[in-house]
Design a protein around this ligand. Structure first.
Ligand code: F6R
Length: 609
């Protein structure tokens, strides 16, 4: 979704803004723009990519050291120069960029029209620029008063960066439910929607909370609450490595991030396993808290939801605790019935997904304890949940998730094992056995990456023409099929469905015809014969069968093509299976010549409903 950046310091702003925007490209966008304070406020915008914006800037002399920038992911109005940000108020007193959605913008348009304002774009953002201007001129009490009155009047979500013509040395920001961080560097102050945009300049950041505002000067920032009173904030340090935001010789971020999985998983293990014991105490998730849990409700979106489905099987089987899973957009409106001792787990790599954040708030409102599984430190979900387990995947730039998915799964394996032990469902011996096996998972992933990539690359280039694919499996194999199927859809635009293998014959098997690609995921020994029977049914109707399974499962008679993964404990197969499934999607996308890191219509952080 949209990304915003800003800089107020000693250096030329234009380069910093363009560099920052290029680091936010992964979020998805269709137009971009900047505003630089020189003698006047110079605004340059363009439809398309940042390269188009750069071309438009050409050799214009932009010497200003204050500016704001934006990548727009169209919501209100088509991608066009008129709708691109920055937007200004009618007389140019207020210039701003915005990430989020103003829900009551229609009503505000009527109000502004009654006061003789004209709107020149189709956006909800231009409404905010004029509303700030309206309050600024009506009450004549300065920027913070105008911004706070606007925050009270608008409904929706926003991260705003505002320049007032009367205050050309300052950038003002305000936030509600859209991500925004403020960086303090040695040569100026920065603002951005996400860490990669400023990581090159500073690791010291402030997190601004909902309904708070701030004024960025050249070397300092002042924070305000909704009453206009100054508030103190603590400066935090970002631990992420700059190299994680660069391609480092890989052709795409997606393949780089696939290859990073062994390392980030080891990092996550070492964060939580000390001397062969799982330790969540830093997250305050003590054994007393775990003892009090009678049931679990997992809520998430997209790939994070698929992690939830995998973990449901494991918590129920291992810890014997009833566990439900729901997509966040459904959970938030269905008035869920939660028991007193229910733990609601919100899984979100970005920590900003609008539906997941709303679900978290709903769960808290209903009195449940909440646990967030989050990658982005300081994100809204991490800050609002009662307990947080960070996943330590580092920045994930490719829109389609790979390493963040894998670390979510791993952290929740640890959670399930610890819960099972606390609930006395497993003894010390099983606990150690599971931990030892889990520690082997990163090296087994590395083994797949070292040995299977070339074969997968070769076979998948043959599938770039297929129109439909099915992923089938049972139990955990079905759960991970959901992720494989989503990955294929996202990056290759091939229609794909994941089916519980036994369910296929209840209708959908009618779609199998000659050479339909069917990926059979078969790792669960107790039920593998059943899945094989389902694959035989499909093969006899012309399906082309690609299997993913460990060596111990005999698939030769059914598969047209076999991908073999190492053996592991039955619970941990999803972590290994997902690797070839990610690679299949990646190589099909690349062989179709698609933009695998930024697939069409997708956004990295979905901050609208
Ligand atoms: C798929 C993908 C999305 C996200 C979903 C939730 O590759 O990345 O399906 O998983 O949008 O995002 P988070 O985890 O940030 O809440």
């Amino acid at each position: 979704m949209c990304g915003i950046v800003g800089y107020n310091g000693k250096n030329k702003a234009v380069d910093i803004l363009l560099n920052g925007l290029s680091k936010l490209e992964y979020r998805g966008y269709d137009s971009a723009g900047i505003a630089i304070v020189d003698k006047d406020i110079e605004i340059i915008k363009s439809k398309g990519k940042i390269a188009d914006l750069k071309e438009k800037i050409g050799d214009k002399k932009l010497e200003g050291t204050i500016g704001i920038g934006h990548t727009r992911w169209a919501t209100h109005g088509e991608p066009s120069e008129a709708n691109a940000h920055p937007h200004t108020s009618n007389d140019g007193s207020v210039t701003l960029v915005h990430n989020g959605i103003i829900e009551n913008y229609q009503e505000l348009i009527l109000k502004l029209k009654r006061h003789d304002y004209t709107l020149y774009s189709e956006t909800d953002t231009e409404v905010v620029a004029n509303l700030i201007d309206y309050y600024y001129k009506k009450y004549k009490m300065g920027p913070i008063d105008a911004i706070n009155r606007t925050m009270v009047r608008v409904r929706g979500s926003y991260a705003l960066a505002v320049i007032f013509k009367d205050y050309p040395d300052e950038i003002w920001v305000a936030r509600k439910d859209s991500p925004l961080i403020i960086g303090k560097g040695t040569d100026g102050m920065y603002l951005a929607s996400d860490v990669p945009a400023i990581l090159e300049y500073t690791r010291n950041v402030y997190y601004i909370d909902n309904l708070e505002a701030a004024c960025l000067k050249k070397d300092d920032v002042i924070f305000y609450d909704l009453n206009g009173d100054e508030i103190e904030k603590e400066l935090k340090t970002i631990e992420w490595d700059i190299a994680s935001s660069e391609k480092e010789g890989y052709e795409h971020f997606m393949i780089k991030e696939i290859h990073e999985q062994p390392d980030v998983l080891k990092k996550a293990i070492s964060a939580y396993v000390k001397d062969n014991t799982i330790d969540f105490t830093e997250s305050l998730l003590t054994s007393d808290v775990l003892k009090g849990i009678d049931s679990v409700y997992i809520v998430a979106c997209g790939s994070s939801y698929h992690v939830g489905i995998c973990i449901q099987y494991i918590i129920e089987d291992l810890a014997k605790i009833p566990t439900r899973v729901e997509v966040a957009s459904e959970f938030r409106y269905k008035k869920p019935i939660l028991s007193k001792n229910e733990l609601v787990i919100i899984i979100s790599q970005s920590g900003e997904t609008a539906d997941s954040l709303a679900a978290l708030r709903e769960a808290k409102e209903l009195g449940s304890k909440t646990l967030a599984i989050v990658n982005v430190v300081g994100s809204s979900i991490a800050r609002e949940a009662d307990y947080v387990l960070y996943t330590y995947a580092g920045p994930e730039i490719a829109v389609a998730t790979t390493k963040a998915f894998s670390t979510q799964l791993l952290v929740l394996y640890l959670f399930s094992i610890e819960l099972a032990k606390t609930k006395k469902q497993i003894n010390e011996e099983t606990y150690i056995e599971l931990l030892n096996e889990l520690k082997e998972v990163p090296d087994k992933i590395k083994y797949i990456l070292d040995n299977e990539v070339k074969r997968i690359q070769k076979i998948t280039s043959e599938f770039s023409h297929v129109h439909d694919a099915f992923y089938i499996g049972r139990g955990l194999d079905y759960a991970i099929s959901l992720e494989g199927s989503l990955k294929l859809k996202e990056v290759s635009y091939i229609h794909s469905e994941a089916y519980a293998a036994g369910e296929l014959k209840h209708g959908t098997i009618s779609l199998i015809e000659d050479n339909t690609l069917v990926v059979g995921v078969i790792s669960q020994k107790e039920i593998y014969e059943k899945t094989i029977s389902n694959l035989v049914e499909v093969k006899s109707r012309g399906g082309y069968i690609l299997t993913v399974s460990p060596e111990s499962i005999p698939v030769d008679n059914v598969s047209n093509y076999k991908i073999t993964i190492p053996e592991t404990n039955k619970y941990f197969y999803p972590s290994l299976i997902v690797i070839p499934l990610q690679l299949i999607s990646y190589y099909i996308s690349v062989s179709k010549g698609l933009d695998v890191d930024k697939p069409r219509n997708l956004a990295k952080s979905v901050t609208v409903e």
